[in-house]
Design a protein around this ligand. Sequence first.
Ligand code: NAD
Length: 307
Amino acid sequence: MKKILITEFMEQDSVDSISEVFEVIYDPSLHENIESLESQIELVDAVIVRNKTQLNESLLLKAKNLKFVGRLGVGLDNIDTNFCLDNNIFVQPATGMNADSVAEYVIACTLSLLKNIPTSHSGTSTGQWPRTSIKSRELGGKTLGLLGFGVIGKKVSRLAQIFGANVIAYDPFVESSDAENLGVSLTSQEELFNLSDVITIHLPLTIETRDLMNLSSFKKMKKNPIIINSSRGSIVNENDLLIAYKEKFISGFALDVYESEPVKESFYNEITSSMNCILTPHTSGVTVESNIRVSQFIADKTIKFLE
Ligand SMILES: NC(=O)c1ccc[n+]([C@@H]2O[C@H](COP(=O)([O-])OP(=O)(O)OC[C@H]3O[C@@H](n4cnc5c(N)ncnc54)[C@H](O)[C@@H]3O)[C@@H](O)[C@H]2O)c1
């Protein structure tokens, strides 16, 4: 009977659906125990991971029977995909399954930061009653710029348009007619920096996108935008982001992902309650609903592949 190893949290109903067909070893904390992981992975046909299990070359070399990797999420940074390609191991991400959660997160942060909710809350809850000192804005009529117009970028555009935002996007790999059909204009990166009141990042982390948002890009932003990053941490230079906020090149920021995770002390020590910012612990894609969708999608793909 084929063997499946699951090294991180997966919804129990989905684990059960695989167990009906194959032998399953489910240990949600196995990613913490490298020695045990190395010995267990030797005999399995498939492994299912989230983002904590490092499927690097040295671990994959031990997995002599491995044919399938299921990723309970989208980013593949923790998987040596080149090794998998060269060794006929199929890698299946849960593409699109948490996109609605991320898109809602982006809109929640956009509205919250335009309305200065973080500082309004901290002022009110400490008795300052900042009724006239804090300016609140509407999303309607603003320009929202998307860096990356893939699955999540498209979902964000649809939600932002409902609020009356004008949506533009920078993505050289998308046909302009595809964007226009969704009411979105493709622009250059410079133009997007010039025009946007809100800039939200939906890119993969690559050599081109690493450090894309640095002081020189923040200085090009004409409308003191709000910056939202729910994609991958190292796309935004965290030091430069803090400088850009202090120098008022930007008017707020929301980060769900960081250069290193958990977020560095040297970064969060700089955050105060008087800043218009929101920090979350890489949870924008994680909701009760998306966990169920992601787990069942990977369970179905695993069964189909091995059958
Ligand atoms: N925080 C979370 O919990 C969470 C959840 C899901 C996805 N993500 C991340 O969000 C990001 C976007 O996810 P997605 O599902 O929309 O991906 P996607 O692949 O559908 O879209 C990415 C888009 O970026 C474009 N792109 C690639 N390189 C580019 C470049 N140099 N300049 C401009 N555009 C470029 C591609 O053409 C593509 O359209 C990924 O990094 C993913 O890992 C994070």
